[in-house]
Design a protein around this ligand. Structure first.
Ligand SMILES: [Zn+2]
Length: 370
């Protein structure tokens, strides 16, 4: 397996250039399912499954569900988009572990919550922003006590511990991070176990490496780098050393749960979102973590870089903020940012609605003179 490091990398650009069928390694008549990435950068990336690929995918998703403790007696709802995207796989995997599934289809967080409360849903899959919306609504409308939720599998966007604790508290649920990449076959690459000390990689299907992004040399266990994944079982779309752009640490593989698979940390951020400030790597996600730990903030924010290395974090407070002066509140946020990033930043509180978010939020504005 070590020889894999001698092979060239595959990148997202390679896949974009091969649209639509250039990355297909079998005859199109062998394909049973075609799904698509979210395509945020314009052209989508397709992902192909032969019958064997599909079955192997279901096996991995069933393992994910079992490791998160979902099984017979559970009523499962998949809130993820059921059309083109790979998150839909959980709908078909849930019955494989004995759970009942209720395919709600496209619905708002409000509608999903209502159904969960009325039917006594015990487990769900969601992307973190959707789960957080449900959590906020549950808190505002006092629905937390009416829910029978036990387990949630959450993933596809990176999310941190502050977001997790808000989801767990307000939905009264135990939330597990799972890792997947559409072009590598969707969710089912890695998932947390109850120890929640890193994600177990399904190493019979995926070989993972963590490399230093510039030198592309493998980093040591415990050091940060870019996650590179080689598929070991895929027929329709095998990928060799695919650069995911996700920053993780490779962790020691011993785990208190007894599983001996390779383990990776939760995603720290995306490589293309990282900025170097005063020699420290900063990811907007870290700021998001801080912001989601304060109930009086809306969650909208911007990080402004100016001068040589001056950082201003602009955050929105909710209307009707009471109990402390804006200056005190700014100081509190500043201290929390310092604790998590070691950086001293200026905090600017602005009123709800001041930061325009048209769905493609510009979180980072770099106006530095470099
Ligand atoms: Zn474990």
């Amino acid at each position: 397996m070590r020889d894999v490091a001698n092979l060239p990398f595959t990148t997202k650009d390679d896949l974009l250039a091969s649209y639509p069928y250039g990355s297909l390694a079998v005859d199109l008549k062998e394909v049973r399912l075609i799904l698509s990435s979210s395509g945020t950068t314009g052209r989508p990336i397709l992902t192909f499954y032969t019958e064997r690929d599909y079955d192997a995918w279901m096996v991995r998703l069933a393992r994910n569900l079992r490791l998160a403790g979902v099984g017979k007696g559970d009523l499962f709802v998949n809130t993820a988009n059921q059309a083109l995207f790979t998150g839909r796989g959980y709908t078909e995997a849930a019955p494989l572990v004995g759970a009942a599934t209720f395919p709600v289809g496209p619905a708002s967080p409000e509608k999903h919550l209502k159904i969960m409360a009325e039917l006594g849903v015990t487990a769900f899959h969601a992307i973190p922003s959707f789960a957080l919306k449900m959590a906020n609504i549950a808190a505002e409308e006092g629905l937390t006590g009416k829910l029978k939720l036990k387990k949630a599998i959450v993933g596809a966007e990176s999310w941190g511990e502050a977001t997790r604790s808000r989801i767990e508290k307000w939905l009264n649920v135990d939330a597990y991070d799972n890792y997947g990449v559409a072009e590598l076959g969707g969710p089912g690459i890695a998932i947390e176990c109850p120890a929640k000390d890193g994600l177990h990689v399904w190493a019979d299907h995926y070989l993972v490496e963590v490399v230093e992004p510039d030198t592309r040399e493998e980093v040591n266990v415990g050091e940060e780098g870019e996650l590179v994944v080689t598929t070991l079982s895929r027929e329709a779309m095998p990928l060799i050393r695919y650069r995911t752009g996700d920053v993780v640490k490779l962790l020691p593989s011993d785990c208190s749960c007894g599983l001996k698979t390779p383990k990776i940390s939760r995603i720290k951020g995306r490589l293309n979102e990282m900025v170097k400030v005063r020699g420290i790597s900063l990811y907007p996600k870290v700021i998001e973590e801080v912001i989601s730990s304060f109930n009086d903030l809306t969650g909208e924010y911007q990080v402004l870089l100016s001068g040589i290395d001056d950082i201003t974090v602009r955050v929105e407070y909710k209307r009707g903020l009471k109990g402390c002066s804006l200056e005190d509140f700014e100081r509190k946020i500043q201290a929390k940012v310092k604790e998590l990033t070691l950086l001293t930043v200026k905090v600017e509180l602005v009123e709800e609605g001041s930061i325009i978010n048209d769905g493609k939020a510009r979180r980072l504005v770099d106006m530095r003179k470099l």
